[in-house]
Write a protein that binds this ligand. Sequence first.
Ligand SMILES: CC1=N[C@H](C(=O)O)[C@@H](O)CN1
Length: 270
Amino acid sequence: GCGQLDLASSGSTLEKAKEEKKITVGFANEKPYAYKENGKVTGEAVEIAREIFKKQGIDQVEPVLTDFGSLIPGLKAGRFDVITAGMYITPDRCKEVNFADPEYSIGEGLAVKKGNPKNIKSYEDIAKKKGATIAVMKGAIEEQYLRDVGVKKDQIKIVPDQPSGISALEAGRVDAITMTGPSLRAVLESANSKSIEEVKDFKQPSIKGKDIRGYGAAAFRKDDKELKDLYDKELGKLKESGKLYDIIKPFGFTKDDLPGDHTAEQLCKG
Ligand SMILES: CC1=N[C@H](C(=O)O)[C@@H](O)CN1
């Protein structure tokens, strides 16, 4: 009941956030999930967090910028209290952090040199073409997807962030770059490059006969269970009322990108 929750929360992250009316969130500057634009941090994950925390009287969501690959270590080290980066729920990450339920679901994207000179239309194509290379952001799940379909380690170039991947592709240091579909479209739009393009007929990766789809969510420290439970409760209300869609729509998400009734618990099992 409520009384029990109050007791359990004394001195906790939630209690502290309520007292200070402020909570810190980690983000990796990846559009459209969580990014800085015109001096303000926004994105689907950040705006969902703002909405949920505001309801608890926590008016201030204070963003802490870090590399995507440092989000989980940073959360665990207490550099911030929540990861709001649209991070996919995966069984491996579930061992490290406590995910809230998903906010959206989407597929991957692939970009190549204009005209697709190496005719790369899938991750499997990269595995098949000796010498073909692809850039992936450090810590991003796409590295695992690529390895799972047989792409060799030395074909994968790790970059610190998405714009660096775009630069590598433009300069011809790699043959392709992959990231989530929404991120790829956003970064291509920002780069506005004449020399590279999205692969429109990209075949989504299929691993062990299963088509891959990413489910992004906020993540909490393992011992902040009450905070996570509260987040899920409020997120559930946003889903039910349709408000979740209103929040993510301006960031380019469609009705097809809604998470449905998938839960973190289920997605953690793989
Ligand atoms: C939103 C996001 N999702 C993927 C992941 O969770 O690893 C990576 O593509 C990095 N960014």
